[in-house]
Design a protein around this ligand. Sequence first.
Ligand code: PEP
Ligand code: MN
Length: 337
Amino acid sequence: MIVVLKPNITKKDESAVLREIRKLGYRPHVMRGIERVVIGAIGDERTHQSLETLVSWPQVERVMPVQKRYKLVSREGQSGNSVVPARDIPIGGKKFQVMAGPCSVEDEKQLMATAHAVKNAGATILRGGAFKPRTSPYEFQGLGKTGLKLLAKARRETGLAVITELLSEQHAEMVAEYTDIIQIGARNSQNFQLLIAAAKTGKPVLLKRGLSMKIEEWLLAGEYVLSNNNPNLIFCERGIRTFETYTRNTLDLSTIPVIKNESHCPIIIDPSQGAGRADLVAALCIGAAAMGADGLLIEVHPNPAEAWSDGAQQLTLEGFARLMEKLKPFIAAAGRE
Ligand code: PEP
Ligand code: MN
């Protein structure tokens, strides 16, 4: 930690700060400038009590951390990329993985038609919400366990792995029984008890970025998964809320190089929640592949106009097949398969 003292304070006030720093287990290193004193407090900030409360002292101007607050998700903790196994599908390795399927599981016909179509087009993982986090309680909330069973059936029929959202700690075991990856949605990305429950199932966890979540908060939320003995974490950028209304959210593709710099965990991009518009999905997927994302999470529906949720952003089955063709040269140019 760096502790900056206010200008022209007395020696007595300075000594009091130094005493407190020592008391909290740090070794102070004093740097004396012309007007002010800066103290480097040496010690592990993650294992010692924080010095941040020193800002409330009248003689202290600022306290700044030097170390990162996350350690297990950090590149410093592990230099090579993590490859997360979703059943037998590696995420974060050479192969660029596409997860695709409807926003919500609606019925057997809709899910099976989508599952077969996305598989034929090259997707390896089927998405579909059985528990839906809806803004209004009057909107479709998902089929629940019936939806999970349909996903399991689609997995049996197609061989695709499955990803679905976990909304409540109470459902952690049940959802884990049916899915290969647990999705933690944007609205729950800082629901720490839910993150712990998801981690403890032992299934890989895909962590969406929250609606107004800073990257550091996202990394720290991910730290909850790794620090609960689950090494299989995937970050998923899905757009953040900004002043812009042309798109549903503002998809922050800069998170790809940022997460790659900061963390060894894979990052995938969800252009569907990101744009909220089917016509923008292809361009965002191309950008994500070219920028080094490890995969995509795309909403696809046999008849988006009649979808029970997120109709405007879902691709048709044909649209998805065209997109997969269009993506090929960009995936190859990024050095992926
Ligand atoms: C979804 O994937 O359908 C979803 C609800 O996503 P998010 O949590 O990113 O809004
Ligand atoms: Mn959706």
